[in-house]
Write a protein that binds this ligand. Structure first.
Ligand code: CTP
Ligand code: 5RP
Length: 451
């Protein structure tokens, strides 16, 4: 585990919506949030969450428990915590971890500046870990900052893509029905084998569902169920909704969830999770120019080519020399990709200014930020050897900013006089930029790529 947080103050916001919810969708989300906070009678609804994170991830087949496996150098559990803590109406998040991993967990909370988290000791089974989290919320312990919630969400630490709307749906349904859980259609048919290894019977797929997470419960219902249940349930049970049914006669409401709610279980799931995260943070690129509004700036030509090459990506542009006010806003809005176009100078002055702004913002605490420093090779103006000598400094800059989770790459675009040839080299440049943004390959930092 790497030590210490990279910055003293927190990131501007807890990170991008992993469901891509932005802009206009915020309004809908805000009204959903106020619905969760306020009951019809106007009283606030106290909601807490319990995250079992005490497993060893046997099926993953790696020594590190899967919840601590890195995705883009950040442990998986940190993404799940981020998804929950950005939902401000969840008051407390109780995480159950083994004594052995307690310090690791504390350092993750510190490094990624997670808030509203309490840690409890996990049990030897998932049900026991959940029970341990519930006990911490139930007991009015002296010096405990936790208080008993009305509704409790239970969510696996290894399901990082939980969206606010599904959390709200299960909480609202739990308030009404006592229990609720997310479900998905079955991908494969469930069959029951007999003792001799032959088919006994199969279930009709369309009539069954896969039970996923999150689930939510009236706290008193699920706590009662855990107190009543047998050791056998605690040892071998896999379904909290079933405990509520069996011991409190509470029939859970089932809520349709999204495919991204799946549980990271096998090694390939880590690759899938990484691809989803990369796709989400690659949806916007900001092209930063080194001069004031100038429509002839070659950066604008590059911006146009980027727009036509990457039609699913939002490409914006901003001038660095405008005291960076708009740029600050773009950083605050969590754009994780910058293309710094240097025309006026042949060195890294402008790129360094941009890097300083990014470092100050702490944007890169949660995700690696890509910066591509673009330079042009105009053989008439500056001899390439002189230009190259200047540009070699990128190796040192990139090493320094890598410590702050900023991935700096250099891109040299040839600038022929011929209009058509220029378009072709800009297109090549745009393809390189797209792949640097998409891949976030830290092995390529400090390289000068040529288009
Ligand atoms: N004693 C346990 C076992 C599991 N869990 C947690 O329950 C969630 C879902 O369980 P599962 O996917 O089965 O995790 P593991 O038990 O770690 O995986 P495996 O079954 O492959 O060993 C995970 O967040 C896991 O950390 C827990 O808190 N305490
Ligand atoms: O599937 C589930 C639905 O209740 C649970 O979310 C849980 O993930 C089951 O975990 P385990 O693999 O430990 O049985």
């Amino acid at each position: 585990m790497e030590p210490g947080p990279p910055g003293s103050s927190g990131p501007a916001e807890p990170g991008p919506c992993l469901n891509g919810q932005r802009g206009a969708d915020h309004a809908a989300s805000a009204s959903l949030q106020s619905a969760a906070r306020t009951e019809p009678g106007g009283h606030s609804l106290a909601v807490a969450a319990v995250l079992p994170a005490g497993g060893c991830g046997e099926r993953m087949g790696v020594p590190t428990p899967k919840q601590f496996c890195p995705i883009l150098e950040r442990p998986l559990i940190s993404y799940t915590l981020q998804a929950l803590e950005r939902v401000y109406w969840i008051k407390d998040i109780v995480v159950a971890v083994t004594g052995e991993n307690m310090e690791v967990m504390k350092s993750i909370i510190q490094k990624y500046q997670h808030k509203r988290i309490s840690l409890v000791e996990a049990g030897v089974t998932r049900h026991r870990s959940i029970f341990s989290g519930l006990k911490a919320l139930a007991e009015d312990q002296l010096n405990s900052k936790l208080s008993k919630p009305e509704v409790v969400i239970i969510h696996d630490a290894v399901r990082p893509f939980v969206e606010e709307d599904v959390l709200l749906k299960v909480v609202t349904a739990a308030k009404e029905h006592g229990a609720a859980g997310a479900i998905r259609p079955l991908v494969s048919t469930v069959i029951s084998p007999s003792a001799d290894g032959c088919l006994d019977h199969s279930l009709e797929r369309a009539r069954h569902r896969a039970s996923e997470m999150p689930q939510a419960f009236l706290f008193d219902v699920i706590y009662e169920a855990y107190q009543q249940c047998t050791d056998y349930d605690l040892e071998f049970g896999t379904e909290c909704l079933q405990l509520a049914l069996k011991y409190c006669r509470t029939k859970a409401k089932l809520v349709e969830g999204s495919p991204d709610l799946w549980k990271v279980t096998y090694k390939r799931d880590l690759y899938a999770a990484e691809s989803i995260i990369k796709e989400i943070i690659s949806q916007e690129i900001c092209v930063v120019m080194d001069s004031k509004e100038d429509n002839k700036h070659v950066g604008h030509l590059l911006e146009e080519v980027l727009k036509s090459e990457l039609n699913h990506v939002k490409v914006t542009s901003e001038a660095l020399c405008l005291a960076g006010r708009h740029l600050q806003q773009i950083i605050l809005d969590q754009c994780y990709n910058f293309v710094c176009v240097n025309v006026m100078t042949s060195d890294f002055q402008e790129t360094q200014k941009l890097l300083s702004m990014l470092e100050e913002s702490n944007l890169s605490i949660l995700y690696p930020v890509v910066v591509v420093s673009v330079h042009f090779l105009d053989f008439k103006l500056v001899p390439p050897s002189q230009k190259m000598e200047n540009l070699m400094q990128i190796k040192d800059f990139s090493k320094k900013v890598k410590e702050r989770n900023i991935l700096l790459y250099g891109l040299l675009i040839s600038y022929p006089q011929d209009e058509q040839k220029l378009q072709e080299s800009l297109r090549q440049g745009a393809i390189i930029i797209a792949s640097l943004v998409k891949e976030r390959n830290s092995g390529l930092i400090g390289q000068l790529l040529i288009a």
